[in-house]
Design a binder for this molecule. Structure first.
Ligand SMILES: Nc1ncnc2c1ncn2[C@@H]1O[C@H](COP(=O)(O)OP(=O)(O)OP(=O)(O)O)[C@@H](O)[C@H]1O
Ligand SMILES: Nc1ncnc2c1ncn2[C@@H]1O[C@H](COP(=O)(O)OP(=O)(O)OP(=O)(O)O)[C@@H](O)[C@H]1O
Ligand SMILES: [Mg+2]
Ligand SMILES: [Mg+2]
Lengths: 256, 256
């Protein structure tokens, strides 16, 4: 049975995709069978793993809107043991198309239930909003990974995020919890980063990983080569951070 | 008659709010009467200009959903000549509530028409998506400001953004054009930033401002004090860049 994690935060540009792609790659390289589900119409997780838009036939849109099975739509990628349920631009229309459906928030969860035996881990990358695509990711998840950038605006959005998670827990997915909070693009020398880190610790205490992801240009270069950092520059500071985070997630996964 | 600019890009964290807040502040300090419209439920432009959530009575939600006038809802802020139409979390519900309305894309445009004589410039900050709130910003605008982060993922979203702008131009707002493209968080030393800059120039040629905004920690510190950079650290590299960009926008504004 797969453990399903969703990487969510409605604040934009905080490292959701970078976290989803790189933790997934290290999990797969350690031997686990992993599926990355890209629920962002931008399709950054899809291209970050080297899948070109022109090669995509069926996508997550077909699963959510046209009732196709996950198995029909997944693609392999640059990493062994790692499959991707790709996103394309047409996914942008899914929010409107799903809106009138009965239990529109649980379409993804139902689709993944049939696939659970094929994977050990499912990691979902969500878009920067709290709309229907992110709600589907929250409802399908067993637990959450929250990347939080060590910046003031990123801090502001936490209470909104926590409230939404609470709402999903009460109405649809009672077991949902925050598995890991990751401080991203952390420059520990700045006062702002320290202040944000302290505030995040107050909110989430022991769920905040002691492994912070430093700002590291190699992380932002890797996607232009369609590779996770594990294959692009495994000795970089960014790679070492995500390798450690993947190991921490393996430990969390065993408790689920 | 006010010139209305919208700051848009569906990619998250590229500097939309930082651009909207800081250009607006310099325009206001130069003597122009400016209104910032915050259409992002995160409300970062609102808090970035020092307005606390607890002080907000009526907001952009009331304009869009409850038919209140802009004049009833605007608030003054830390900068003279600068008013803010604030955003609150309840704005997140506006996308769903506006969905069934006739000409739901032009609600903001109609509301601003009555206000146009009170301001010289209206600057709208959009959320990281291409949903109904961003569509309202696009339909209300005379011209667009596109912040583009010099990163690979930010590049990927350009074609999607351009296609959406084209659609709005064809169906709803025929005069809409891109006034200015700004390269943000630009670290000119990295090869990636140079590659992205070249690609952006290929797409937008003379609309790309020669003023790039460097990565500058003071820009990300200013919002935690509720101040635009012009009041927080006017001699910083970030301040000088936005001051220049505001001057360039004044020249563009005179042509409209
Ligand atoms: N630790 C890091 N160091 C340097 N650059 C990073 C780091 N993490 C992410 N980036 C870069 O910062 C940008 C934002 O990261 P990313 O796209 O992963 O965030 P996101 O939260 O998924 O954004 P969105 O909200 O648009 O989905 C990307 O260009 C990415 O390559
Ligand atoms: N030139 C810069 N140098 C350093 N930090 C910056 C710069 N521009 C923006 N920032 C910081 O980067 C983060 C992202 O910027 P900002 O919030 O303005 O982007 P956005 O596009 O409005 O994000 P969203 O998509 O969530 O609305 C913020 O924490 C901001 O303070
Ligand atoms: Mg992303
Ligand atoms: Mg913003």
């Amino acid at each position: 049975m797969a453990v399903v994690y969703a990487v969510v935060n409605q604040k934009g540009g905080v490292g959701k995709t970078t976290t989803a792609v790189n933790i997934s790659a290290y999990l797969a390289l350690s031997g686990a069978r992993v599926l990355v589900v890209d629920t962002d119409p931008q399709g950054n997780a899809t291209s970050g793993l080297g899948i070109r838009r022109s090669n995509i036939d069926l996508s997550v849109y077909d699963v959510l809107v046209n009732g196709r099975s996950v198995r029909d739509c997944v693609m392999s990628c640059a990493v062994e043991n790692l499959d991707v349920l790709p996103a394309t631009l047409e996914l942008a229309a899914a929010e409107v198309e799903l809106m009138p459906r009965i239990s529109r928030e649980t379409v993804l969860r139902n689709a993944l239930t049939n696939e659970a035996s094929n994977y050990d881990y499912v990691i979902t990358d969500a878009p920067p909003s709290l709309g229907l695509l992110t709600l589907n990711a929250l409802c399908a998840a067993d637990a959450l990974i929250l990347p939080i950038q060590t910046e003031y605006f990123a801090l502001e959005g936490i209470s909104h995020l926590v409230r939404t998670i609470e709402m999903v827990r009460q109405h649809i997915n009672p077991q949902l919890e925050v598995a890991m909070v990751i401080l991203t693009m952390a420059d520990t020398r700045t006062k702002l980063a320290q202040q944000v880190a302290e505030e995040v610790l107050r909110h989430f205490n022991d769920r905040v990983s002691s492994t912070q992801v430093p700002r590291n240009i190699r992380l932002s270069e890797a996607p232009s080569h369609g590779l996770p950092i594990a294959l692009y520059d495994p000795k970089s500071r960014g790679a070492l951070a995500y390798k450690k985070l993947a190991q921490e997630l393996l430990i969390d996964g065993e408790t689920r």
